[in-house]
Unconditional design. Structure first.
Length: 356
């Protein structure tokens, strides 16, 4: 059973903290002990050994920069005040993925269905662990680095296959904590994406923009890292209606095993013991129950994306523990085939439809 993780901010961590993901999460923690990184981003949950152990075959690896108005401190260097600055940061992150894949053969950038199939073949029965590859599909989180909608094609040439127009609000759409509609440029952005056959990521879109995007966009769409509003009762969570609309379009929602997204009122510094793998399973099950299918949910962990070990459910020490959810899903009555879809098959279906 293979896992696809629909959201990891790897390049942001590489450039911000110098995290070397060719090592294990444990080794990264040891290296960062005594530095400010764990205070700023918690202890890491990701690393090559952990991905291989969990059989994580594909990661949607992000390009992410935050607006300067959301800067968290002097250490938060990947922020922008202009679109030129955002563009430059995102290009540096593309370079970081090129370097990771170029220097380490167990990582491979995935831009086509053929690339995807070749990565998956490295996980065939009989292959040794050092033969396994981890495919990196590039997802842009927040589109301010696209200076004009017509520039989407340039980013496509750089390997971007999914775009989320918003994080907080951008020039293209209202976003988390900053409500608003799609802007005229946002509609032009969607038109350019559709022309190229890209996948639209609805995560972080403000509710008004979300509904407009679902109506306007003719292509594939997902929510890479968004929990149901029952577990995250803010505009960052998806209402049942929003989830149903996405499911009607063959989309998938990525569950985030972040305690603040799982247990209303949980905040950093609270005990992680109060959130368990059973809570994560309940979030998965909620989407399956309201859509009537196990085909519209997966994982978009967002691990190391502003939180880490201190902020995830008890039972998760690194991403290597994600398979521990399998017996919990079986207890809920899910079949082996359905669990395989939740762990990775549902995302692979979308990627096979959306990649050229």
């Amino acid at each position: 059973m293979l896992i696809v993780d629909a959201h990891e901010d790897l390049a942001w961590n590489i450039l911000t903290f110098g995290r070397d993901y060719t090592h294990s999460a444990s080794a990264i923690r040891q290296r960062e002990a005594g530095t400010s990184a764990p205070t700023q981003n918690d202890n890491s949950l990701l690393g090559l050994e952990d991905w291989l152990s969990a059989r994580v075959a594909v990661i949607m690896a992000t390009l992410f920069a935050s607006p300067a108005r959301k800067r968290l401190g002097e250490w938060d260097t990947l922020t922008y005040t202009t679109q030129e600055e955002a563009y430059s940061i995102a290009r540096r992150q593309v370079d970081a993925y090129d370097a990771l894949a170029g220097d380490h053969p167990q990582f491979r950038r995935v831009m086509t269905r053929a690339d995807l199939d070749e990565v998956l073949h490295t996980w065939d029965d009989g292959k040794e662990q050092d033969e396994h590859q981890i495919g990196l599909v590039t997802l842009m989180e927040g589109a301010d680095c696209i200076r004009q909608p017509e520039e989407v094609e340039e980013w496509y040439e750089h390997g971007v296959r999914l775009i989320g127009p918003a994080w907080e609000s951008t020039r293209y759409a209202g976003g988390t904590h900053e409500p608003g509609p799609l802007t005229p440029d946002g509609r032009r952005l969607l038109a350019e994406m559709a022309r190229l056959g890209m996948i639209l990521d609805l995560s972080h879109l403000a509710e008004e923009a979300y509904y407009q995007a679902v109506e306007a966009y003719p292509g594939l769409m997902i929510a890479s890292h968004s929990n149901p509003r029952r577990f995250l009762p803010t505009s960052r969570g998806l209402s049942d209606e929003m989830i149903l609309l996405l499911a009607e379009r063959q989309g998938v929602v990525g569950i985030v095993p972040f305690n603040a997204f799982m247990k209303p009122g949980w905040k950093k510094g609270d005990s992680r013991e109060v959130v368990t793998l059973a809570d994560v399973t309940s979030a998965v099950d909620h989407i399956c129950q309201i859509t009537g299918s196990a085909e519209h949910v997966g994982f978009g962990t967002d691990f190391d994306g502003g939180f880490g070990l201190e902020s995830v459910p008890v039972g998760i020490n690194s991403i290597a523990d994600l398979p521990q959810l399998e017996p919990h899903l079986r207890e809920k009555g899910y079949t082996t085939e359905q669990i395989g879809g939740i762990f990775g098959g549902n995302w692979l279906r979308v990627l096979r439809m959306g990649l050229p």
